[in-house]
Design a binder for this molecule. Sequence first.
Ligand SMILES: Nc1ncnc2c1ncn2[C@@H]1O[C@H](COP(=O)(O)OP(=O)(O)OP(=O)(O)O)[C@@H](O)[C@H]1O
Length: 417
Amino acid sequence: MTIPDADILSAVRAQFKGVLPDQLGVALSGGGDSTALLHILHQCLKPEGTVMFAATVNHGLREGAEAEARQAAVLCDSLGIEHTLLYWRGWDLQGNLQDQARRARYRLLTDWAKSKGIPVLAFGHTADDQAETVLMRMARASGVTGLSGMPVQRTVDGVTVFRPLLGISRKMLRHYLEQHDIGWSEDPSNDDLRFERVRIRKAMEVLEPLGLTAMSISQVAENVSKAREALDWYTFLAARDMTVVTAGSLMLDMRKFRTLPVETARRLLVRTMNWISGADYPPRRTAVGDALEAIRGGQSLTLHGCRVLSRGNHSWICRELQAVRDLAVPAGLKWDGRWHLHGGDVTGCEIRPLGELGLRECKEWRETGLPREVLMVSPALWKGTELVAAPLAGWANGWDAQLDGGHEEFFASLLSH
Ligand SMILES: Nc1ncnc2c1ncn2[C@@H]1O[C@H](COP(=O)(O)OP(=O)(O)OP(=O)(O)O)[C@@H](O)[C@H]1O
């Protein structure tokens, strides 16, 4: 299928939703997709005055990579776009090479964008990449979030990662390149059947005559992503209605929580646990399903570095003591990835959890109205074995405990991805 240039350009332009950045970076591998991306964006943005930059990462893993990167630089030069070559030399010869290379690539590219003050970084993921991602996630029996595929836009380390080609197929882009007589490099690993993505790509050739095309599968991802947005809103409103967020923990009104549809309750539980533990991955789906049933049945339990305490009509979700018991940082630094203590002289002091011993010294802890388990995992200031301050347990001593981003961040996390 071919579509005219004007349609491709207007589809890409529409992804900016009327807000064009002053500066934009392109992650240019030199492959067909990102080469087409560079050219298309150049056509869309140059007349609008956006200054473009491009960067290519050489992972140092293939012989031809340097020559391909140089070729990408030549293309940029011909379009008057500043090009930077970034090098990764970090593989520790252990673990999943592809995964490490991908993480390193994102880090190098976002660092580069930040160093140049570039707010938006465009990637060449296409409808085919989206379809492959969705099929791989189906193989893992993913839920609504996984089946939404890759988002068009998300923030990574303060930089907007932007994928304006998700609605355009690889075939259309190849046609575009041929029409404009633009060359590109073929990465041999794109044909390496050891990779699941490549095997899925092959399988798609069989699915295509049945109507399961890159375009139709990526459209399903977009539909699911809209359904996910609606679900997130509902989860957000439910959280506002049935939770109290305090001392970095969450108190759930169980009478309301029990009436929630399972998927809403599951999302609320997962987001709460990720917010409290700081983990950037969710707990296993089956573990969450079991936990949910137990919590609704009024049980207490431990999961994902969090403790769920059943207290009659309420359940508390807080940090698990065992997960932070040995966590100590010099006062002045962030504790458990999210707490700061502010107050007087920090010389010789460190932040550790209040724990059982510390709580015993806080004679007025009951007046806080918080369960002892919540207070025991709260940040306290220690000088050796001497407790200097426990701001959340009624013994502030001139000190104040502040949560990174505050409690509103929890509610915001229900709507962000
Ligand atoms: N070495 C690299 N340097 C810079 N950007 C890269 C590099 N590798 C991938 N990217 C970016 O990530 C996007 C997705 O890469 P991936 O390898 O998953 O897909 P691809 O379909 O092979 O893309 P392409 O045809 O552009 O190489 C690319 O389109 C490009 O924007």
